[in-house]
Design a protein around this ligand. Structure first.
Ligand SMILES: C[S@@+](CC[C@H](N)C(=O)[O-])C[C@H]1O[C@@H](n2cnc3c(N)ncnc32)[C@H](O)[C@@H]1O
Length: 218
């Protein structure tokens, strides 16, 4: 039987006091970290799969087992959808969620590197989903949250409509504050739907937790 999802426990009482400083620094930073070879290979696979594709391109970042990637591909039959997750344990399980749809790909890759490669190759997104990223709720772990890393700059550069969901309201509020710092308009709302789009979303809702959503036109 599935364990109920634990609710978020944090030592933060509001927006992190260092958010402004960290986000401002990250927006000016250039990552010098060497790219992982497995992500370079995954990127080449994505580029080969895309071929001469010039149409809508959607990224499902941190897609886990890729259930959301299939749902997005179904909802956007005229788009190509790429799901990325760093965990082989999760992407290997995609076979249980796979569909016969031809317009999506689930790849194991490190998102930081994959985003950098997309930017370096002048790719632009029409939509970008980031559904239930690891929240890292301890105050000391601020710099592990996506909006407080150098990936934020790449996310902004890739453009499209960004959709982020979390069961931790503060994560969404801080993401929104980070976008404000970058002068990007965004909206926050409680997210409800009849059907969960991902396994984590399903688990949270079954445990009585709510989802918060941020959207922004980048
Ligand atoms: C809480 S799970 C959510 C998975 C899925 N989106 C869902 O809602 O079911 C967070 C996912 O982020 C992935 N992740 C964390 N850091 C990552 C990174 N640097 N690159 C790619 N995936 C990452 C983890 O492997 C994990 O599958």
């Amino acid at each position: 039987m599935q364990q109920p999802a634990r609710s978020i426990s944090t030592n933060q009482t509001g927006i992190h006091q260092n958010l402004q400083k960290v986000v401002t620094r990250q927006l000016l930073s250039v990552s010098q970290r060497p790219l992982s070879s497995h992500t370079q290979q995954a990127f080449e696979e994505a580029i080969n799969w895309l071929g001469k594709w010039q149409g809508e391109l959607i990224l499902d970042s941190c897609c886990g087992v890729g259930e959301s990637t299939v749902n997005i591909a179904q909802a956007h039959p005229n788009a190509r959808v790429i799901g990325i997750d760093k965990s082989a344990l999760r992407t290997d399980k995609h076979t249980s969620y796979a569909s016969a749809l031809q317009n999506y790909l689930v790849l194991r890759a490190d998102l930081n590197d994959f985003l950098r490669l997309l930017v370096a190759n002048d790719k632009k997104l029409t939509k970008h989903y980031l559904l239930y990223p690891n929240p890292y709720p301890k105050s000391a772990h601020l710099q592990r949250r996506w909006y407080a890393t150098s990936a934020l700059k790449d996310i902004l550069e890739l453009g499209g409509i960004l959709e982020v969901r979390s069961n931790w309201q503060l994560y969404i509020q801080e993401f929104s504050a980070a976008l404000d710092i970058a002068h990007v308009k965004n909206q926050i709302a409680l997210f409800e739907s009849d059907k969960a789009m991902t396994p984590f979303e399903r688990k949270y809702w079954q445990s009585g937790q709510s989802s918060w959503q941020l959207t922004a036109h980048l």
